[in-house]
Design a binder for this molecule. Sequence first.
Ligand code: ATP
Ligand code: PMV
Length: 635
Amino acid sequence: MSSHNLRETTVSAPGKVLVAGGYLVLDPAYPGSVISTSSRFYCHARSQTSKSSSDAAKEQSCTVTVHSPQFLDAEWVYRASFVPSTASAQDQSKGHWVLEQTAESRAKAGRNPFVSLALAYTLRLAAEVKGDDELLSLLQRTRSEGIRITVAADNDFYSQRETLNLAPGTAPTVDQLQQLPPFSPQKCRIGDVHKTGLGSSAAMTTSLVACFLLHLQAVIPTDSGSLETEDLALIHNLAQLAHCAAQGKVGSGFDVSAAIWGSQLYRRFGPKVLQACLDEGEKVLAEGEESTEQRDARLSARTQLLPVLDPYNPLWKASPLSSSGAPEDTSAHSTATEGLVASGQDQVARPAPLQLPPGLDLLLADVDAGSNTPSLVSKVLSWRKEKPEWANQLYNVIAASNQNLADSLLRLRILHASDASTYEEQINAAAKQLSSEWDATLKQLPPAADQSHDDEADASTVDLSVTPRTVLQALSDVRNSLRSIRAGMRELGNRAGVPIEPPEIGALIKKISDEIPGVVGGSIPGAGGFDAFYIIHLESTDSPRSLAQIWHQIHSVNEKDESKLTLGPLLSRADGAKSASDEGEDGGRGEEDAGPVAMLLKKLKASEHAGHDFGLRLEKVDEVKGLKNAIDTSV
Ligand SMILES: Nc1ncnc2c1ncn2[C@@H]1O[C@H](COP(=O)(O)OP(=O)(O)OP(=O)(O)O)[C@@H](O)[C@H]1O
Ligand SMILES: C[C@@](O)(CCOP(=O)(O)O)CC(=O)O
């Protein structure tokens, strides 16, 4: 009698907001500040496997089905096969893996390159990691239904206007969004959905490759149920490859990186690392029209993935060359944050974490106007080509503000790690004031005892003693950096002749920052345009505001404005946002001989370990509200 084991794998990856560094981050010389969101993309794989293949048909292929229950006609069915080499094949290998979509599924659902390329590359990598025989044996032991994968996105990834049957020109309320069921169906095909800019394709590709690689047992979680840093790096590299192949270009990759590592200072990898694998492009998918010999010849010419995707491959570290080809001194744009967590030569390439400090959070507004990001990007890039000197000067000015933002956020985290209660008191006081009132308050606070403030915000030289003044000064520095970032992005748009910060959106961000207590500032995320903005705000622990209350304040400001915009809230916050009353980074006061910087450094280093709560996560299906239901209704 055959006994079958049900095997299930569930992972999730967050969405992203590029708060600073849009356009610049396409050049490895400049880092971008990315905050990952509480909204996540989930991926669940299920199959039944027997202990031995004795009772299973000795088939050379296995069905892999990906279903996306939120969308109409969204089931993509593939056959993953091992094709033994023919005698005429030129290489010595026993054969190759191919993934073909069934004709029936192609007719009904069409192609989804983000899905097919994620599966195809993952299958190839799994075969290289495990060996063909072992992978074949696993798939042969899989029951004939094959591997069924469900992908499901938190509601925030898509605009819910249609789901809620809203009249044109109206936007959902926080209440309406909170009452929607999790993973609410979109009533349309995936190609027709209105996205909100959280990076659904990157979060889906990343969670899908991670889920499939884990399910194929090419990567094994630790005993404590997390992933080793080097496995995260391998999954990152694989997800970047699949995402670039599906997009048809090497983007900056910050979205995929956020899906793996969470909030961070992102520096682009050198695009060349992926070129050989990408040149093969869609050819990894069997076309079905070739002769066996042609297919063998083509497949045998393919690049081995493992040496390219190896987490220790130094090519994944940020390249010191700018995309314009000119040698750049990347240290000119490096931040204290990067300096603190710089990894050694022999370590895997991973970015410096950049969590929002406790008491600070992010909110996102979806603006019903719409813009065309690709055309913004191409216009900015062609302006930079035409006017390299102007562009480099402006990029350097914006980069300096981005650096100040990252370093001021780090300074706040160090202050919190050092003395959480003084920090909390000051956040609570500042949250009740308008940020424009902080300057007057600062003047009234006693000056720091021993040193003057250094605006350069270098964590190694600024005043890190925790006093009301140092906390408020760091908050003011975050506010000032956000103002300069906005000014820089506005200027970039003006120069390139594109609405990166459209005047009506800029004016509204300014009013929200000037008129609502506890708003530190805001800007346009990523490439900018008409469709979104973000706000960074303070939350006091003694009189916290709900998201609905903050949105009530935002709507009042917008109502008074002549160019009243149709604004919709998103429910996303910063991934892992903490309240100011949470224990210090090291669980309160650190060891006697460790200063706050050393303590924080220790914590950051420790969070390099895969057990961290941010970025890619292993999940338990029963613990994710609504996921089981989404999976079951999809069977
Ligand atoms: N829930 C889903 N199910 C299946 N495929 C999805 C899903 N969500 C996204 N995708 C894939 O991602 C594609 C969208 O990618 P595209 O690059 O256009 O947007 P994006 O970069 O994710 O957008 P944004 O950054 O604005 O969120 C879809 O056409 C589909 O192939
Ligand atoms: C303009 C760019 O730098 C950012 C685009 O960001 P977003 O998709 O608008 O969040 C492009 C990129 O980084 O790939």
